[in-house]
Design a binder for this molecule. Structure first.
Ligand code: GDP
Ligand code: MG
Length: 175
């Protein structure tokens, strides 16, 4: 018997953003349904695969996380190359992670394909009482940059599924 792992679409999705904003937790929540408490958030592999079904079509998502390179600003061209979508993540409780967004946008401009779809994600909405970046401010920023915007909680599993499924839908419609 030959098993054929068949799919209609394959997309490469890359997560970027400051260290500590929750990129690894978002990937782990979506691909494994887990939220790792405390330490141990580093997956240690280059990418995770999850296949989803959208309108009867099998969509294979290859999701790339940074294994800590973002701390050293050594994310290079190879990482962005061939990405169909980018999830640019900041932490709504960390002003600094929001203020770094223009730097990330410059990298995208420099390294990513000009057809890449970028989604801005404000993570950790379960920590609403510690919010430092208002939703309105983030929406204004994302609109000005022509990015789709979503707020998530990897911890509470809020909007995580929606993030990846909406992105897959957009990728199909622009494929
Ligand atoms: P990364 O460096 O961007 O990959 O961030 P991690 O995924 O390693 O998460 C950094 C820290 O934030 C860890 O202590 C996580 O437990 C925590 N974290 C990630 N997502 C959330 C979230 O949605 N809510 C809360 N409260 N903490 C989170
Ligand atoms: Mg990480």
């Amino acid at each position: 018997t030959i098993l054929v792992y068949y799919y209609d679409f394959l997309f490469k999705i890359v997560l970027i953003g400051n260290a500590g904003v929750g990129k690894t937790c978002l990937v782990r929540r979506f691909t494994q349904g887990l939220f790792p408490p405390g330490q141990g958030a580093t997956i240690g592999v280059d990418f995770m695969i999850k296949t989803v079904e959208i309108n009867g079509e099998k969509v294979k998502l290859q999701i790339w996380d940074t294994a800590g390179q973002e701390r050293f600003r050594s994310i290079t061209q190879s990482y962005y190359r061939s990405a169909n979508a980018l999830i640019l993540t900041y932490d709504i409780t960390c002003e600094e992670s929001f203020r770094c967004l223009p730097e990330w946008l410059r990298e995208i401009e420099q390294y990513a394909s000009n057809k890449v779809i970028t989604v801005l994600v404000g993570n950790k909405i379960d920590l609403a009482e510690r919010r430092e970046v208002s939703q309105q401010r983030a929406e204004e920023f994302s609109e000005a940059q022509d990015m789709y915007y979503l707020e998530t909680s990897a911890k509470e599993s809020d909007n995580v599924e929606k993030l990846f499924l909406d992105l897959a839908c957009r990728l199909i419609s622009e494929a």
